[in-house]
Structures are given as C-alpha cells and as structure tokens.
Design a protein around this ligand. Structure first.
Ligand code: MN
Length: 231
C-alpha cells in the first residue's frame, strides 16, 4: 500500500516486564467519577457516568524512573492536573456484561488527564464541546502498563498526586462512583471497545493548577509511578 505521506507510527505504551509494547487505539475518559471531585466541580456526585475522548497521540509516555517533560499548552492560564487510574483494554467487545467486564482488561497504569480548565469552563458555560479543554496535545501522560494478573487488588489501591513534593490529591480506587467493571460495561453500550483502548477512569478531589517548572509525581499501589516536569 502506498500513502500520499508516511503514516504516523502507532502510539505505544511500555508494558512492565515485556518487550512488546501496548499499541493505543482510542482514549476514553470518564467525567466526575469520585463524589468529592464531582462536588468540588459543583455537582452532586450522583449522575449516570458520562464520557469524553482524547486523541491517541495525546499520550505522553513516562518510562519507569524517568522524569518526562510535559509541555505547557497554548491558550490556557489554568492547566489542571487530574490523577487517574488507566484501564488498558486487551479484548474488545460491545454490550459487555458487568460480570465479564474485567476479563477484557489487559492491564492498568497511572495516568494524568491534563485539562485546560479555563477553556473547559468556557465551553461548559456556552454548551459547547470540551475538546479544546481536554483533547489537546500532550494531555494524556501515562506510565508503563502492568498486567492485570500482577495487580489483583487494584480495586482497593490508593491513588495520589504530589506537586513539588506536596500531596494535592489522594484517595482510594474503591471510592469510584462507577467501578471499573461498571465503567467498561457502560462504555461498551455506546462504543464497541477494541484492543488498545485506554480508559481514564476519573480523578479524585484536589485538582488544581500547575506552572512551568513544577514537578508532578503520580502513584497508585502496585503500579509504576510517573514523574513529569512542566516545561
Ligand atoms: Mn478526568
């Protein structure tokens, strides 16, 4: 097959303990999936789940032991961190039953749903799409993926984010409003999931702005932590 220009190489995330990498298909994100974060954003925390997407090439791969560079995006004065557990789908499907949902998971990783909060809020007020606030370049940092079998207790893991050594966000995965299996089930009603899909499952309370020069460290029990410096 000839192309009129060279196609972009697949976006790929390292896998802990493996040579082969995880090729990214789509990035789905869950909105307001922890009660206290929903409340800090002005909502009750009792809505049905809702979703938005980021382009696959918004991924910033953060290798183990590395501090990755996170370019400060254009147009914003309020770049917010949202630490999130990322589910990596290994087996696709649609209308997936809750009791089967976790069998579709390849593994898990630590991720950040970086957000141009000022632009997102402008779009919300006007009833316009969130793309410019959520789906920008370098908006989806992610660490290496750990195989699901190696983290059987992920649903009870702790999740945290530090900025310049101070804890900004901390919670437990079992405080998700829509748990991992329910999130997969609900997503698969709207889209046919494919191997390579990533699901950013939502952020706990404590979101806030970062500035150029800040260092972010995200961690989830059992997974490889991530470190980035805003540049
Ligand atoms: Mn988020």
């Amino acid at each position: 097959m000839d192309y009129v220009f060279a196609p972009a190489p697949p976006v790929a995330v390292p896998v802990v303990g493996a040579e082969a990498q995880f090729a990214v298909h789509r990035i789905y994100c869950v909105g307001r999936n922890y009660v206290e974060h929903a409340q800090e954003m002005g909502h009750t925390g009792r809505e049905p789940p809702f979703f938005f997407m980021k382009p696959a090439d918004a991924v910033v791969v953060v290798s183990a032991g590395q501090t990755a560079s996170l370019p400060y995006p254009s147009l914003t004065h309020s770049l917010h961190h949202e630490i999130e557990l990322v589910v990596a789908i290994g087996t696709g499907g649609k209308n997936i039953a809750v009791d089967q949902a976790l069998s579709h998971v390849y593994g898990y990783a630590v991720g950040l749903d970086m957000t141009r909060r000022d632009l997102q809020n402008d779009m919300k007020k006007q009833g316009r799409p969130w793309c410019i606030g959520k789906g920008f370049d370098y908006s989806a940092p992610i660490g290496p993926i750990t195989h699901a079998a190696a983290v059987p207790d992920i649903q009870h893991a702790s999740i945290s984010l530090q900025v310049n050594g101070a804890v900004r966000q901390t919670s437990q995965i079992d405080k998700l409003i829509w748990n991992l299996a329910e999130t997969i089930t609900e997503l698969s009603k709207a889209w046919e999931l494919q191997p390579g899909d990533l699901i950013y499952t939502g952020t706990p309370a404590g979101v806030g702005a970062v500035e150029v020069g800040d260092t972010l460290v995200g961690a989830i029990t059992g997974l490889t932590p991530i470190a980035l410096q805003v540049s």
